[in-house]
Write a protein of this length. Structure first.
Length: 144
């Protein structure tokens, strides 16, 4: 059974077409941009990228623009993927920085790229792209 099929079997509901298309693209080594309303299931696509990273021995950076959202995602991903694999890096918090799934603010990822990046990084998820139009936050997205 493929990673995609194992992932899809975890859910009792049918995945939306946009989720299937994005997941297949990730599985095929492509970059994707997922744009959908809040609550439509974008995080499910990110969770597939996390599983793909874990299965292939790569690391994944999951970025959020706000510390509060980073804390929430860290808690969610720790429950889903285990504390041994998940870490968090914000300006205030540093837990398991060598984890394979690193939740961080976008500014932290930008700074890490400036100082040499992350070893074995295979995937990056940029959450909350609506900040592109924000003068301060948009610069960080562009630099990444």
């Amino acid at each position: 059974m493929s990673v995609f099929e194992r992932f899809r079997s975890r859910y009792a509901f049918t995945l939306d077409d946009f989720q299937v298309e994005a997941i297949r693209a990730i599985a095929g080594g492509q970059s994707v941009i997922v744009s959908a309303p809040t609550g439509a299931g974008k995080t499910l696509v990110a969770e597939f990228a996390i599983l793909q990273a874990l299965e292939t021995g790569k690391r994944i950076a999951y970025t959020t623009p706000l510390k509060a959202l980073s804390n929430q995602k860290y808690a969610d991903f720790t429950r889903a993927f285990g504390a041994e694999d998940v870490g968090i890096l914000t300006g205030d918090v540093k837990v398991n920085p060598r984890g394979r799934v690193l939740v961080m603010t976008t500014e932290i990822l930008r700074n890490m790229f400036y100082t040499g990046g992350l070893r074995d990084l295979g995937y990056v998820v940029l959450d909350e792209c609506h900040y592109m139009g924000d003068e301060g936050r948009g610069t960080v997205w562009e630099e990444i």
